[in-house]
Design a protein around this ligand. Structure first.
Ligand SMILES: O=C(O)[C@@H]1CCC(=O)N(CCc2ccc(Cl)cc2)[C@H]1c1ccccc1Cl
Length: 319
């Protein structure tokens, strides 16, 4: 079995059936252990490159960050946030897994799952629209992954179809946790239980991507886990409509539409989906549907939320 202790190394333990002897192997990886291939994506602070582990032949996506650039742009804390949140989230089918981290004099390396079918955004653009069956399938997976994140004290804060990848079985994998918010354990430094992090922790400073930003972030400079559910509502709308609910000529106009809740449906937009979206795209985060309420909404009728079935069932035919 594999435990993850700090992403830098993987500890592999093997129990010998006869003698019962346990053998532990520390696996440290470095740049030379991988054969780097094509560039998968370029971010403002990172480049993601396809790579193959020379020993095992397994394919990974390696996120390479240039240290000088990170330091110059004062983004070091985001690097640590990404590493710590991914380490904390460990293993969930809907979240990109961090296997190793290592560095050389110039760069930092994050060895991540390789999601071979690219971004959900590309699928939406290719299909133009997803039917109800597909929207329910992806919506349920997204909700299960967000619930897992929240239960582990992590708010993503920049959920959008570009950050939702598709693996070889066309299942989702959420990525890009550099802007996540980690709610530290409810024990403060001397281990005393405190409620210093009430569930609706208020943070400021960071803004996500205009079309998916929650109204509370724009009006009160405050976000909590409800902001991820606002983004969820925008993504469900976009899966069906082919575009996000709030989109204008520039960011400022987009923000205006959000705080005024200015969005509309194209004719033929399914009524069951409208009803769900209406209860999620609510300006006051306290009145916004919770994960539990969304799960129980008729839109998701018939979805078996048990994790195994949710992630094992094949994806519906993509029209
Ligand atoms: O936290 C860790 O796992 C190690 C600890 C030792 C270490 O030196 N680093 C790199 C720290 C760091 C972060 C940002 C820059 Cl720009 C430079 C160095 C950390 C690191 C190594 C590789 C990849 C990411 C990180 Cl944060």
């Amino acid at each position: 079995d594999w435990q993850q202790r700090g992403a830098a190394t993987l500890i592999e333990t093997e129990k010998n059936a006869e003698t019962g002897e346990v053998r532990t192997k520390i696996i440290k990886k470095g740049v030379t252990d991988f054969k780097f291939g094509r560039t998968l994506g370029e971010g403002s602070y990172s480049t993601v490159v396809a790579a193959v582990d020379r020993q095992t032949g397994k394919e990974y996506a390696i996120k390479v960050l240039d240290k000088r650039h990170i330091i110059k742009e004062k983004k070091v804390k985001y690097v640590n946030i990404e590493k710590n949140t991914l380490n904390r989230l460990g293993e969930h089918p809907g979240i990109v897994r961090l296997y190793y981290t290592f560095q050389d004099e110039r760069s930092l390396y994050f060895v991540l799952d390789f999601a071979s079918n690219g971004e959900l955004l590309s699928l939406i653009k290719k299909l133009g629209t997803l039917d109800i069956e597909c929207t329910r399938y992806y919506g349920a997976q997204l909700l299960d992954a967000v619930e897992f994140m929240h239960n582990n004290g992590v708010y993503h804060r920049d959920l959008k179809p570009e950050n939702i990848l598709l693996d070889d079985k066309m299942r989702i994998k959420i990525t890009d946790f550099g802007t996540a918010k980690m709610i530290d354990s409810l024990k403060d430094s001397n281990g005393k239980d405190t409620d210093k992090y009430p569930s609706d922790i208020r943070t400021s400073s960071f803004v996500g991507t205009a079309e998916y930003v929650s109204p509370e972030l724009l009006t009160e400079k405050a976000t909590g886990k409800e902001a991820d559910l606002w983004a969820f509502g925008c993504i469900i709308y976009q899966l069906i409509a082919g575009r996000p609910p709030f989109k204008a000529g520039n960011e400022y106009q987009t923000f205006q539409k959000i705080v005024k809740l200015q969005y509309s449906y194209s004719p033929g937009f399914p009524y069951l989906a409208r009803d769900l979206i209406k209860r999620v795209l609510v300006l006051n985060p306290k009145d916004r549907y919770s994960i539990e309420q969304i799960k129980n909404h008729p839109f998701f009728e018939g979805i078996n939320w048990d994790r195994k079935s949710l992630w094992k069932r094949p994806h519906p035919r993509l029209l």
